[in-house]
Design a protein around this ligand. Structure first.
Ligand SMILES: NC(=O)c1ccc[n+]([C@@H]2O[C@H](COP(=O)([O-])OP(=O)(O)OC[C@H]3O[C@@H](n4cnc5c(N)ncnc54)[C@H](OP(=O)(O)O)[C@@H]3O)[C@@H](O)[C@H]2O)c1
Length: 156
């Protein structure tokens, strides 16, 4: 099982504001869909509520919550239990939010990052990893666009 964190952040690592994405880039949403389609996605309860508790199609949706469980999606009360359940899968995408990224970045094999170029106001952040590029993380793929770059990094 390869654990992949997929996130979009601004130059200050902002990923969210007031329970929402601070930006809307349709190309980024399409990129996210292309990367994750057919694979399980793991998210925190706040992200699932942001989706109005509607699972994203074409992917097994896994929700992490200690306080809630759902009839229509699988949920786990711990990250260990969720990853144990998914252990036979080829790839598992961790799709946020901040709390979940923070608790999973140490066990991630890969990061798929949209580097947003503009700065946004935010209250939720991706964990700092850029100081570890060259030691823990190696960038192996980059696609440049006007407003953002798509970047893939592997744990070395
Ligand atoms: N830019 C991006 O790529 C991106 C991606 C995703 C999200 N976001 C943004 O991030 C923000 C949401 O992030 P967030 O940090 O507030 O919330 P979150 O990570 O989505 O969810 C936090 C919740 O997850 C559950 N949880 C956390 N750790 C857990 C554990 N170890 N085991 C079981 N459950 C656990 C808890 O739910 P209970 O309280 O129910 O126990 C906790 O309240 C939003 O603004 C969203 O737009 C941005």
């Amino acid at each position: 099982m390869k654990v992949i964190l997929i996130a979009a952040h601004d130059p200050n690592l902002v990923i969210g504001n007031d329970g929402e994405l601070p930006w809307h880039y349709s190309e980024d949403l399409k990129f996210f869909k292309r990367q994750t389609l057919g694979h399980p996605i793991v998210m925190g309860r706040i992200v699932f509520e942001e989706l109005n508790e509607k699972p994203l199609p074409g992917r097994e949706n896994i929700v992490l919550s200690k306080s809630k469980s759902y009839d229509h999606v699988k949920s786990f009360k711990s990250i260990d239990n969720a990853l144990e359940y998914l252990v036979d899968r080829e790839k598992v995408f961790i799709i946020g939010g901040g709390e979940i990224y923070r608790q999973t970045i140490d066990r991630a094999d890969e990061l798929i990052i949209t580097e947003i170029k503009d700065e946004f106001k935010g209250d939720t952040f991706f964990p700092e990893y850029r100081d570890q590029i060259g030691s823990t993380w190696k960038e192996y793929w980059r696609e440049e666009h006007n407003e953002f770059d798509f970047v893939k990094l592997k744990k070395v």
